[in-house]
Design a binder for this molecule. Structure first.
Ligand code: SAH
Length: 364
């Protein structure tokens, strides 16, 4: 048992079963034992690898897409340049290098990294040591000054806590974390649970056995982004593995809660605090939250389509030509990002702006 498992078992004995969101929150962010507070999760030596770690082209193209949106919106200055959950800082380092191509962009930007992990803040500081902008850090997006907002988030929303419900005979039950023979185990609530009322129309059409997942923290952040875009302009590019409502139906209403340890799927209840816990992102819920707050969402696109439209293959060819020794690695990396059999189709890009703003580059 991990130290955190012991503490959670005591808490459950005292207060009763936890929601999955409370369990995820403790596993990821417990001040002493939380996964992100202690470890170094990302990269070959960690538990999982992400797009900016695979190829510099990812951050370069997203940086250029943001700079293009800034130009299309009349070069507002000053503006808030923000990344949510920057990991080891690669994406922003690559984005800033590429964005030097847009005169005035970096000079007008105030860079804030929204990050709660101490070890990852330190890694971000190192990655941006020789960058053209010096970052500030914030723990929450609410701390950022009101200003036009140009924002990136890659694999951030999948790390936020979700709750789960399952349609059982006789009604919906919430998945809770309880104790079985002294060990943490998932159970379904004994009583029919209140399904999220605002989702009634969708949920009442779901078949028995269906899972429904909800990320309240993610929806709140999407709403905050939406409010800021509506008030002051800007653009947000949110990239993650995930689905929309139609995909959820066609994929059979399955659950997506998962744990990763050393690049393998793991049991999410076996070693709390030591595995990365995530869930696929419900992009319909995020865009609905942003739109309700006054923003506009581009139709959800795949990562492969957006990166291709932004010129990923051309950029890869140019890099390969400039460094013939690394040509194979460069081409392999970009293929991994855009090929639908790899990350190209599973990962989606949600593009948000103010209503009536010029369309974002990369979205067809
Ligand atoms: N974007 C990076 C890292 C993805 S991992 C990449 O693509 O490599 C998720 C990141 O979000 C980590 O930096 C993690 O510490 C951060 N994070 C997770 N939950 C957070 C929260 N509630 N608030 C701020 N940052 C959070």
């Amino acid at each position: 048992m991990t130290a955190l498992a012991g503490a959670l078992a005591e808490r459950i004995q005292r207060d009763g079963p936890l929601t999955l969101a409370a369990y995820m929150e403790a596993c990821l962010n417990d001040p002493e034992h939380g996964y992100y507070r202690t470890g170094a999760p990302i990269g070959a030596a960690g538990d999982f690898i992400t797009a900016p770690e695979i190829s510099q082209v990812f951050g370069e193209l997203l940086g250029l897409a943001l700079a293009q949106a800034w130009i299309d919106q009349g070069q507002p200055a000053p503006f808030a340049l923000v990344e949510l959950g920057p990991g080891r800082g690669r994406l922003m380092a690559d984005a800033l290098r590429a964005a030097r191509a847009a005169p005035g962009f970096l000079e007008s930007a105030r860079l804030t990294l929204v990050e709660t992990s101490g070890p990852l803040r330190a890694a971000q500081r190192r990655a941006l040591e020789s960058a053209p902008l010096t970052p500030r850090w914030a723990a929450r997006i609410e701390e950022i000054e009101p200003a036009p907002l140009f924002l990136l988030a890659n694999e951030f929303f999948d790390a936020l806590p979700i709750r789960q419900w399952r349609r059982a005979p006789g009604g919906w039950r919430e998945r809770l974390i309880g104790l079985e023979a002294g060990r943490l185990a998932p159970v379904l609530s004994a009583a029919p649970a209140d399904r999220p009322a605002d989702q009634a129309a969708i949920l009442d059409a779901a078949p028995e056995g269906a899972w429904y997942e909800r990320c309240e923290a993610g929806e709140a952040i999407a709403a905050e982004i939406g409010r800021r875009l509506a008030a002051s302009g800007g653009a947000a590019l949110i990239i993650d593995y995930g689905y929309d409502a139609a995909m959820r139906r066609s994929a059979g209403w399955r659950e997506t809660f998962q744990a990763a340890r050393r690049h393998e799927f793991a049991d999410p209840f076996a070693a709390p605090g030591e595995a990365d816990l995530t869930a696929h992102v419900d992009f319909s819920a995020l865009s609905a939250a942003a739109e309700a707050a006054g923003a506009a969402a581009a139709p959800l696109a795949t990562q492969g389509a957006v990166l291709r439209a932004l010129g990923a293959e051309m950029r890869a060819a140019a890099l390969a030509k400039a460094q013939p020794d690394a040509a194979e690695t460069v081409m392999e990396g970009v293929t991994r990002l855009i090929d639908p059999r790899e990350m190209g189709a599973l990962f989606k890009v949600l593009g948000l702006t103010a209503r009536g703003a010029p369309p974002l580059a990369g979205f067809g």
